[in-house]
Design a protein around this ligand. Structure first.
Ligand code: C2O
Ligand code: CU
Length: 699
């Protein structure tokens, strides 16, 4: 924020100073020359002060957030602004200061020569342009990992824009040297000025048009691709993989496919085992009426809002997906469930879309107990929002769960005939549930909305028993003044013991009455619930006993990836968008992460952008090791990690599920404009194609 103010301020001040400097040789008297000179020294001084403040702010950010947050600015913007400003401070401003002329006579030839030197006007203009580019960059296109080309490009831009002024300033200077009079007439000067600005403007427009044309074309998605970025693979600094001509797996003892390669379509797991439980899900359009009477033109599985599949831990699950009438085709992705790759439901990567009249059967063993969900992965930004999702609940093998009542609370924001409505299932208002005192209640919270959501549970202490389906060891009780926040796609299992007074649960702020809520009551039917503002926010990085696994114990990793989340104005598939980028790029230009089976992999997320990004990796659970550079007290396991602006996280996983996996922002609107990349095992070959030709559109 400060950086925006500083850079915009610098641009304005240097811009004003630049125009003033251009006018210096036209001063009719020494007195007016002196007045302008004084003005210039003050504006220049103020601009230098602002830039010093900006540099200090960057150092501050470096100290508080780390190098990765400032690297782009330091490499691409600081040299650009520093160069003209240093020149001004060391040479031009002192020279102006040393002018001693005063009085009502016309300026001397020496004074005129000093102020008309092209370097005077040009250095002010260069400082203004460099500041302008920096301000634009700070707001719209933060440089992320600038290479030499990107750094030089900005200098070139300043140079190009200065060509016209430079020619003009030189011609004027020569005239002064030859002793010719400059036209002092206002009209004549205005004409010249207009002409020169038009020329400069033409140069600027030409550069802009060129960039737009290149951007539009470069951003067009291929008609057909295997979704791999073959030109840009990232091996995370590890040993060369087969993708870059390296040798096969070095962890041969871990691998089922030590020598050869395997196709995605063949990665079906234990599909020939008999099914223990079977379901049918029919994708269909359906008008759904919410509790309030608001009507949703929904796209559903089985004509329901959030149907629930409930199985037992260890079951072989078979789900037949039939598409009745969703024209763009559908799939099912098992969010957070580490199924074999061919069951992952990503069109163009792990299967073809299921078109109307077609079906596809998913089969996998339920070997993770807990709360999960599923959704279509075809054009998910549209299909999930419209309702193509449901809950997947995997109960423990024995009925040993220590609770008496359980509720799946799956929240979504619906587009209805009465506007947006948040709801738990189809309940968009307050519901009442009677529970006997002393009973243990479990709420399975699932956030299917694109943005993170806050929840309040008041009237009792409670515990978070699981995060993203993974059990917390020794979860301690939390006071009812603790709010919970779930990123998009995330889940919490919350438990409490019913007291002999009501317990209130709701989505969102305590004073937001339009959000859904649940009143749990014991005997007497209570009045309308009353909520208080929370005083704390649940923090998974300091809760229960720390997770201990292969990656928490690891001292080094086989591969380390760095994913910097940024934003910029640009093009996606030929259209202008506000883009959410990964390492400065959007799909398909984001490098593919390549691993070998058995690798331990560390990934660092750095959010330099203006929004939160719930980062979701398919097929693996990530263990969170560090937050903002420091070790977390309690590493925890997640499949969807909400990274807030200004935050960084280090997560790690073991590459133990071969295939091609998506890794993307679960704000599905962001994913739909390219905030997507892939994790690729080097012994895996693709089986499908994505793009307009096949209709497989997996965002
Ligand atoms: Cu829940 Cu790739 O998504
Ligand atoms: Cu995002």
């Amino acid at each position: 924020m400060d950086s925006i103010i500083f850079t915009v301020g610098m641009t304005l001040l240097w811009g004003i100073a630049g125009i003033t400097a251009v006018g210096l040789p036209y001063c009719p008297t020494n007195r007016s020359l002196k007045a302008r000179k004084t003005f210039l020294l003050w504006t220049g001084g103020a601009a230098l002060l602002l830039s010093a403040l900006w540099y200090t702010a960057i150092v501050g950010r470096l100290v508080t957030s780390g190098w990765l947050f400032v690297e782009g600015t330091v490499k691409a913007l600081i040299p650009l602004t520093l160069l003209p400003q240093l020149y001004l401070a060391s040479t031009i401003l002192p020279k102006l200061k040393s002018l001693r002329e005063s009085g009502g006579e016309p300026p001397t030839q020496t004074a005129l020569r000093t102020v008309a030197r092209p370097s005077v006007a040009l250095s002010f203009l260069a400082a203004a342009l460099a500041s302008g580019i920096s301000a634009f960059g700070t707001v719209f296109a933060q440089p992320v990992l600038p290479g030499p080309v990107e750094i030089v490009r900005r200098f070139m831009l300043v140079a190009l824009l200065l060509i016209v002024p430079a020619i003009w300033a030189r011609r004027r200077y020569l005239r002064i040297i030859r002793g010719e009079q400059l036209q002092r007439g206002f009209a004549a000067r205005l004409l010249k000025f207009a002409f020169a600005s038009m020329l400069s403007f033409a140069v600027a427009i030409a550069i802009l048009v060129f960039n737009v044309l290149v951007g539009v074309n470069a951003s067009k998605l291929p008609e057909a691709s295997d979704m791999m970025n073959h030109d840009r693979i990232d091996e995370g600094g590890g040993t060369a993989t087969r993708m870059s001509g390296g040798s096969p797996n070095h962890h041969q003892h871990h691998s089922n496919h030590p020598a050869g390669t395997v196709e995605v379509a063949a990665l079906t797991g234990t599909i020939s085992d008999p099914a223990d439980v079977t379901f049918e899900l029919v994708a269909q359009r359906k008008k759904i009426t919410l509790a309030s009477g608001a009507v949703v033109d929904a796209w559903t599985y089985n004509g329901e809002i959030a149907p629930e599949l409930r199985v037992k831990h260890g079951d072989m699950v078979e789900v037949k997906l039939i598409n009745q009438d969703i024209d763009s085709g559908v799939t099912i992705h098992w969010h957070g469930y580490n199924v074999p790759n061919a069951m992952d439901g990503v069109p163009g990567m792990t299967q073809n879309i299921v078109k109307p009249g077609q079906s596809f059967t998913y089969k996998f063993r339920a070997d993770q107990e807990g709360t999960y969900w599923f959704h279509s992965h075809q054009q998910a930004a549209e299909q999930v929002v419209k309702g193509l999702f449901g809950a997947l609940i995997v109960e423990p093998k024995q009925d040993a769960e220590a609770f008496d009542e359980q509720f799946t609370v799956i929240n979504h924001r619906w587009t209805t005939d009465q506007g947006y409505k948040h709801a738990f299932g189809n309940q968009d208002a307050v519901q009442w549930k009677q529970v006997k005192p002393g009973q243990k209640v479990k709420l399975r919270l699932i956030n299917t909305h694109n943005l993170s959501q806050k929840y309040l549970l008041q009237g009792t202490d409670f515990r978070i028993e699981s995060i993203d389906g993974m059990r917390i060891r020794n979860p301690q009780p939390l006071s009812d003044q603790t709010a919970l926040r779930l990123g998009s796609g995330g889940r919490y299992d919350v438990t409490f013991t019913m007291p002999n007074h009501p317990v209130y649960f709701k989505l969102g702020d305590y004073n937001n009455d339009s959000n859904p809520g649940i009143v749990f009551y014991a005997d007497t039917f209570p009045e309308k619930p009353v909520f208080r503002a929370e005083s704390a926010l649940f923090d998974p990085s300091d809760y229960g006993r720390p997770v201990a696994n292969e990656v928490t114990a690891a001292k080094t990793f086989d591969r380390e990836f760095r994913l910097i989340l940024g934003n910029e104005m640009g093009f996606y598939n030929g259209k202008f968008h506000f883009l959410w980028t990964i390492n400065g790029e959007v799909y398909p230009r984001v490098p593919t992460l390549v691993v070998q089976e058995g690798d331990t992999v560390k990934t660092t997320f750095v959010n330099k952008s203006l929004a939160e990004h719930p980062m979701h990796l398919h097929g693996h659970h990530m263990t969170v090791l560090k937050k903002n550079g420091g070790k977390v007290k309690t590493p925890w396991v997640t499949d969807t990690l909400n990274v807030l602006p200004g935050e960084s996280y280090e997560v790690a996983f073991v590459a133990d599920n071969p295939g091609m996996w998506m890794d993307h922002c679960h704000n599905l609107g962001h994913a739909a404009t390219g905030m997507i990349l892939h994790l690729m095992y080097d012994n895996v070959r693709s089986s499908y194609e994505a793009g307009a030709r096949s209709g497989n559109l997996p965002d």
